[in-house]
Ligand binder design. Structure first.
Ligand code: GDP
Ligand code: IMO
Ligand code: MG
Length: 452
């Protein structure tokens, strides 16, 4: 690795093999599932607090510690470290039933939450009608309509919940859950309105308003002990010199503003979302780490220029076990797309990259990296923001030789095969971002920290 030669941003705070105390954002630099949680878990060793700032139970975050696997949806991955505090910020959308059942499962595996989990009072609640509408709306969308067809959502009610939040009069927040009168009133108004939609527009059965109200009125006592003004808590912690790690969900290309709209999620998954989603200002952030797989995957519909629809794509899916951690769906697989990651470096202001799943490529003879797109006879160097242009882009590839050797046991950069280092150097140069961390296996220990 030659960080100094192409480092256009300030160097990362991971230097000489040491992770410095800092306020750090970890985000996905592709279409999600980049192994953000693996990186968060690794970096959490040096953090005091781990914070989720966006998305909801659409996320599936996997951590493997000494062979034991944990999959998180709403609870920040930092909870596996017994001495860390975890926060779920205001930018998230919380399904209380899903959160409580995730916590129950984790408790049965020895994880304690007492004084270790805080939830912002301003986070919005995912209600049963959000989940139902998510599925009903997705079912009526056409599979092949151009630019407005099926999205392939996770069915967790994310879009309908964020829609109610932005709508202002319909959103229900954690703080409302703690006030029985307000909760009843808001639920009644919402369920009646949604029942109109369900019956009149979608020809679907009505929802039972009393059943939902009764179920949700009962959550207050269970959620109350965790509720906090998360912005005050986090800013006080930062001022006191604590190290905070923001755990991104989804990926940059799924961001509602910057991603491949409309094939995106409904939140800001990019680094700015960590600030708006927690109430921590941008001047408090020291470092932004973008996590990128050594190749690319995507779940759901939407353009994916480097997708491999042939046997090789199938082979990568099998080697990598590319099946969604939330829905179990097959992930679409393809070559590393440098335009995607360069785009992520720009919109997130990345300090460095964490390149994951390098070991997945260990057996391949040749590797391709997309360095530009061909669009209507022209060569594009930048990722186009218009999805209709992206749909017509053909990748231009550079071919590199594979290393054909196992990398999972390697712990130092200099011990990687030469061709693996060449591949990483090329990724870094094309993305115009230095690499600070390389992941060579799912386990916490299967990690190479790159000296700055
Ligand atoms: P996230 O949503 O970004 O946290 O990623 P997911 O948990 O959805 O998917 C990443 C998958 O890759 C999980 O199954 C991880 O256990 C696995 N994983 C993480 N790092 C590596 C790696 O370096 N090599 C391999 N082979 N698997 C990895
Ligand atoms: P993590 O945090 C990968 C995708 C869905 C769909 C689109 C919209 O594990 O990386 P939604 O349910 O959010 O309305 O779906 O976004 N998607 C993800 N893809 N990883 C995720 O999370 C995702 N969360 C949502 O597949 O295409
Ligand atoms: Mg995931």
């Amino acid at each position: 690795m030659r960080p100094a030669e192409f480092c256009v941003h300030k160097p990362g705070l991971i230097l000489k093999g040491v992770i410095f105390m800092a306020v750090r954002i970890v985000i996905g630099a592709q279409w999600g599932d980049e192994a953000k949680a693996k990186v968060v878990d690794y970096l959490a060793k040096e953090a005091d607090i781990v914070v989720r700032f966006g998305g909801g139970a659409n996320a599936g975050h996997t951590v493997v510690v000494n062979g034991e696997k944990f999959v998180f949806h709403l609870v920040p991955a930092g909870i596996v470290h017994p001495d860390k505090v975890c926060v779920i910020g205001n930018g998230t959308v919380i399904d209380p039933a899903a959160l409580l059942s995730e916590m129950e499962e984790l408790k049965s595996r020895g994880i304690s939450f007492e004084g270790r989990l805080f939830i912002s009072q301003n986070a919005h609640l995912v209600m049963p009608y959000h989940k139902l509408l998510d599925r009903v709306e997705e079912a009526v969308r056409s599979e092949d309509a151009e630019g407005g067809g099926r999205i392939g959502t996770t069915g967790r009610g994310i879009g309908p919940c964020y829609r109610d939040k932005i709508n202002r009069t319909t959103g229900i927040r954690i703080v409302d859950l703690l006030d029985r009168e307000i909760l009843r009133e808001k639920l009644l108004q919402n369920i009646r309105e949604k029942n109109q939609l369900l019956t009149k527009l979608y020809d679907h059965d009505k929802m039972d308003e009393e059943k939902i109200i009764e179920e949700y009125l009962a959550f207050d006592k269970q959620i109350d002990p965790f509720v906090k003004d998360a912005s005050v808590y986090l800013n006080d912690a930062i001022d006191a010199g604590k190290s905070v790690l923001f755990e991104g969900a989804q990926g940059t290309l799924l961001d509602v503003d910057h991603g491949t709209y409309p094939y995106v999620t409904s939140s800001n998954t990019t680094a700015g979302g960590a600030c708006t989603g927690t109430g921590v200002g941008p001047t408090k952030i020291d470092e932004v780490i973008g996590v990128a797989k050594a190749y690319t995957t995507r779940v759901g519909y939407g353009p994916f220029p480097t997708e491999l629809t042939d046997d090789l794509g199938e082979r990568i899916r099998k080697i990598a076990q590319e099946f969604g951690a939330t829905t179990g769906r097959s992930r679409r697989c393809g070559w590393f797309d440098a335009l995607v990651v360069r785009f992520s470096a720009r919109v997130n202001g990345l300090s460095s990259l964490a390149v994951t799943r390098l070991d997945v490529l260990d057996t391949l003879d040749h590797l391709q990296i997309c360095t530009a797109y061909r669009y209507q006879g022209k060569v594009l160097q930048h990722f186009p923001s218009d999805v209709r242009i992206l749909e017509q882009c053909e990748p231009i590839y550079e071919t590199l030789e594979g290393w054909k050797a196992p990398t999972t046991r390697i712990r130092r950069l200099q011990d990687l095969p030469d061709n693996a280092r060449r591949y990483l150097d090329r990724i870094s140069a094309l993305a115009k971002t230095p690499i600070s961390l390389i992941s060579v296996g799912p386990d916490r220990e299967e990690t190479i920290l790159v000296d700055g």
